[in-house]
Every structure is written in C-alpha cells, then in structure tokens.
Design a binder for this molecule. Structure first.
Ligand SMILES: Cc1cc2nc3c(=O)[nH]c(=O)nc-3n(C[C@H](O)[C@H](O)[C@H](O)COP(=O)(O)OP(=O)(O)OC[C@H]3O[C@@H](n4cnc5c(N)ncnc54)[C@H](O)[C@@H]3O)c2cc1C
Length: 497
C-alpha cells in the first residue's frame, strides 16, 4: 500500500491503559504506534489511588520505585462538623508487607504523575506517544486494520495487524465497532478539580457536609505538590463555573464561614457517574481496554488500576500471537477480563452507595490482590486440590536463596516479559530451553534454593511438581510430577513454536 505507515499494533489513546500496553509491547520488541488526540499529556489528578496488585504490575514494568517516590500514604479522612470540631478515621488499614505480598497498602499518586512516570519508562525503551493524532476511521480485513489518523500534517493512513482502543469512556473505537455499552447512569454528577487552596492542613483528606451528603465537599492533599483535589457532587443541570472565582463561590456556598481561599485552579472537570460494560472486548482484529470497555464511579479507586491490568493481560497475548502463537489466545483476553470488570462495576457502585451514607472505609476487596482466572481455558490445574494456590490465581511471591547465598525472590525470577517454569527438587522434569520461557529447578545443588520450604508451603508443591507462571504473574499450570508430559501441549497453545 502506498504512503502508508505499517506497524504491528496501533494503540489509540495514551492514558494509563495505552501507556502500559506500549511499555509491555516495547519490551517485547513488537512494533507499534501510540497515538492520542490531545495536544499534550493529560494534566489532571483524577485516578489517584494505586492498588497493591497494580504495584506488583509496576514492579514488573520497572516503575514501582518511581511511583512510590511520587506517592504519599492515604491520609486519614477528617470529617468536619458544622459549627466546629471534627472526627477522623483511616480509610485503609495500613498493613505491612509480607513475604508473599510485598505491597499491601494503596498509594496516593495523582494520575498526571503516574502517566508521566509511564512515559518516562516508555522513553527508556525508545518510544513516545504521538500527541495531536486523532483516530478518525478504520476498516479491518482478514490480515489487518487500516486506520485513518488526523494529525498536524493532515490525515495519514496506518496499516496494522491489530488495533487496540484505549480511548476512554466515550471510545471512538467502541462506537465505530457498534459494540453495545449497556448499564446505567447513576444520577450523580460531580466536579473534580486540582486547586491551590489556603486554610487547610495537608495531613488529612478533609470532608465537609452539613448532614446532607449531596452538599459534601472533599479536599484531598496531593503528595509532593501544592495541590488539593477537590471533589463534590453537583446538581444534574447547569454548567458549573470552574474558574478560581467560580470555585471560590462554590466553596463559600457549601461551607459557610470556612475562610478557605482558592488561589489557583490547575485542572478541573465536571462529570456524570455511570456504570457500563462493553458487550464485547474483541471484534476481529480490534480490541478494547480500560475505560473504553468499562466505566463506573470513582469510589474505591478501581478504574485506572483495572485499565492498567487490562493492558497487562493483553500485552503478552498480543506479543505471542504476533510471534506465531495461535490467534485463539487473544480470545482469552475478553474471557478473563470482562468478568473482572463486571464484578468491579458492582463493587464501585456499592461503595458509592456507602459513601452517600458517609462510610468511606475500604477493605481488601479494592486491593485487586484476589482477582483470579480459575475458569479460564488457560488455567490448567492437575493437582486435584481444592485449597491453596491453584491455576488462575495470582502467583504469590516467595523468598528464595541464590546458590551463592544471596537473597532472591520468586518475583525476581518472574520479572520480564517471559513465562516462568519452576520445578521443585531434582526429580522435576524441565523441558528443553525455548524462547520466552525461563525454567528453574529449585533445590539443593541448583541455582536457587527453597530455604525453609517456603515455596513448598506457599504453593503446596511436592518433589517433582511443576509450576508454570504466566508473563502477567498468574499461575497458568500446576502439574504434579506424574503429569509433567501435559506441559508441552499447554505451551504450544500459548507460546510461539
Ligand atoms: C474523580 C475521579 C477519580 C478517580 N479516581 C480513581 C482512583 O482513585 N483510582 C483509579 O484506579 N481510577 C480512578 N478514576 C478513574 C481513572 O481516571 C480512569 O479509569 C482511567 O483514566 C482510565 O484510563 P484509560 O487509559 O482507559 O482512559 P483515559 O485515561 O480516559 O485515556 C484515554 C485517552 O484516549 C484519548 N483518545 C480518545 N479518543 C481518541 C481518538 N479518537 N484518537 C486518539 N486518542 C483518543 C484521550 O485523549 C485520552 O488521553 C477516577 C476518575 C475520576 C473521574
């Protein structure tokens, strides 16, 4: 085709989902283009809660320490009473790391910082989003997708083997595919604004209401900045004035005599809350991820996290199929991720109802650590056991010891775009080496040792057992020694020959 750029994957939307997918594809050597119609990166704090499971993903993508440095702990919720005084409560129990869960407490990082760190990582991999590029049209055929992208020099044609729509709640890609987005409008409209504010301390997430949650105003201090994130419900009709003067008047009207002074507005927006789920995540060579596939209220801090994890589930599958693995592997993306989003919509909507009653406490269910794919076709569990870690579960970390005596972790062996096969003891029958698979026999005389039988305990592994961990950190297969021969057929379905 003439005058046509060709890449393996075109990613539409450089939000958290698009950036995560781009990093994963870049480290796999997949050629892609990442476009966004914005002229420059998104500047708002919106999704500011990074959950423990996403921190594990970020460890694998080599950004977790930068995210932690940019973060702060969740401040306590301070509820101010009318006429003075307040009460205070932690919204999360702060729980220390354990050997199998190195991240246990959500971190507070404004979305613009998270995305900046992801762009930084992408730059290290030699790539960058192309801003000011809008996907306007696309058609697909048996071999690929032809996309029309409007940019500063006019409309360009990009030919790709797969198109991924990570283009947000109003997704052009989803609408162009005519994929339904059923659900409901929740009847809650709110403003969110990043402001410089005088009159509040930065040691708490301040909430003001006069007994009426519909008149609540909350100010969350954003770490390592002068900003507070203001969130407040507003009436369904009318355009709010989001200027300094407009927000000052809003604050004065909601909190009589507070003396709070709005000095600057760095970013502001008004939005209506919806809970909606795309009917399909894949139509031929086009896939949907992130808010393009699911939207829900911000309560519980699930949206950005679910979007990152969609991309992380999709990245290795796209990489494998592009390298020659069966195309059916891509069907497992919708089969695994759509039920997770359906559950998350229920969770976020329940938490919205609780927030309306003033209950801001959050439990382990928002951490996303217990998400699993037990009924996925990719989960092969031949142990016959009903308890303990099973195929489809998140792979817990385990402390190991290198043969030289150095401390090592199972997560160290998993880090990177490959699959990880662990065989316990000298009887474990490891297959011959192959691209994309790292195999380790763990036991005396091997490169790694299971000091204190932690691997055996965490995974319930007996001598000779094999444990296969997917590139996205979920257990793919657990094979007792006697069934090790089943491994080859499993690998053939997921890895290029
Ligand atoms: C007030 C608020 C608080 C929130 N708090 C949390 C929280 O604590 N934790 C959490 O996990 N989530 C939270 N969220 C949700 C979170 O912000 C979103 O889920 C997240 O941004 C989704 O990421 P995404 O990459 O899928 O989409 P987006 O971030 O929406 O990115 C989509 C991108 O696609 C681009 N685009 C659109 N159309 C086109 C086109 N045709 N061509 C090219 N580019 C296009 C857009 O410009 C945009 O940059 C919150 C949201 C709100 C509103």
């Amino acid at each position: 085709m003439e005058d046509c750029d060709a890449v393996e994957v075109l990613i539409c939307g450089a939000g958290a989902a698009g950036l995560t997918l781009a990093i994963d594809l870049a480290r796999r050597g997949v050629s892609f283009r990442l476009i966004d119609r914005l002229a420059e990166p998104f500047a708002g704090s919106r999704g500011k809660g990074i959950q423990p499971r996403t921190l594990e993903v970020f460890e694998d993508l080599d950004v977790v320490d930068r995210i932690a440095a940019a973060s702060g702990p969740y401040p306590p919720q301070r509820r101010h009473h009318v006429g003075g005084g307040h009460d205070e409560a932690q919204s999360f129990a702060i729980t220390p790391p354990t050997a199998d869960e190195p991240y246990r407490t959500p971190l507070l990082v404004p979305q613009f910082r998270t995305e900046a760190i992801l762009r930084e990582r992408l730059a290290e991999l030699g790539q960058a989003p192309a801003y000011g590029r809008e996907l306007r049209d696309f058609t697909q055929d048996a071999e690929g997708v032809t996309a029309q992208v409007a940019g500063p020099d006019g409309v360009a044609t990009i030919r790709c083997r797969y198109l991924v729509g990570g283009d947000g709640g109003r997704s052009f890609v989803r609408r162009a595919l005519q994929v339904g987005f059923p659900g409901r409008t929740l009847g809650v409209r709110a403003i969110v604004a990043d402001i410089v504010l005088e009159g509040l301390t930065r040691d708490a997430w301040h909430r003001f209401d006069d007994g009426d949650m519909a008149r609540q105003v909350a100010f969350c201090p954003l770490p390592h900045s002068r900003l507070f994130q203001l969130q407040a419900p507003i009436p369904p009709e009318g355009e709010p004035d989001l200027s300094v003067r407009g927000l000052q008047a809003f604050v004065d009207a909601r909190i009589a005599g507070s003396g709070l002074v709005v000095r600057e507005v760095a970013w502001a927006s008004a939005y209506s809350m919806n809970a909606r789920l795309a009917d399909r995540y894949r139509v031929g060579r086009v896939l949907l991820m992130g808010d393009a596939a699911h939207i829900h209220p911000p309560t519980g801090g699930q949206g950005l996290n679910t979007s990152v994890q969609d991309a992380y589930n999709l990245g290795w599958k796209l990489g494998a199929v592009l390298a020659g693995a069966p195309d059916a592997l891509l069907d497992s993306y919708e089969a695994e991720r759509r039920p997770i989003a359906a559950d998350m919509l229920g969770l976020a909507t329940d938490l919205l109802e609780k927030a309306k009653q003033g209950d801001m406490r959050r439990g382990r269910d928002v951490h996303q650590m217990d998400l699993a794919y037990p009924s996925s076709l990719l989960s092969l569990d031949l142990t016959g056991r009903a308890a303990g870690v099973r195929a489809g579960d998140r792979a817990p970390d385990v402390p190991l010891q290198g043969a030289g005596g150095q401390p090592r972790r199972l997560f160290d062996l998993m880090r990177g775009p490959h699959w990880t096969l662990v065989g316990r003891g000298a009887d474990a029958a490891l297959p011959p080496p192959r691209a994309g698979l790292h195999s380790h026999r763990i036991g005396p005389g091997d490169a790694f040792r299971d000091v204190g039988d932690r691997l055996a305990t965490a995974y319930g592994m007996a001598d000779g057992d094999l444990l296969l961990i997917r590139p996205d950190g979920y257990v793919g297969a657990v094979l007792p020694a006697a069934q090790a021969a089943r491994l080859e057929a499993y690998l053939a379905a997921c890895l290029p020959a």
